[in-house]
Design a protein around this ligand. Structure first.
Ligand SMILES: [Zn+2]
Length: 60
């Protein structure tokens, strides 16, 4: 049985049909994020704490 996991942005659930989706890993888990939310991942990673528990506080 092949269960295809839909690659969708962990923030807005956009799929690669709608947006470019980037794959990244955190604590050995694979996640996906769309191009619109990559800046959040880079600059405001703490905003993702509700989605990615244990994410490090970024240094201001
Ligand atoms: Zn998104």
């Amino acid at each position: 049985m092949t269960k295809e996991k839909k690659q969708e942005c962990l923030v807005c659930k956009a799929t690669s049909d709608e947006m470019p989706i980037i794959n990244f890993e955190f604590k050995g888990q694979s996640y996906h994020i769309c191009s619109a939310h990559i800046p959040i991942l880079i600059h405001k990673a703490q905003d993702l704490r509700s989605i990615l528990p244990d994410i490090m506080d970024s240094v201001e």
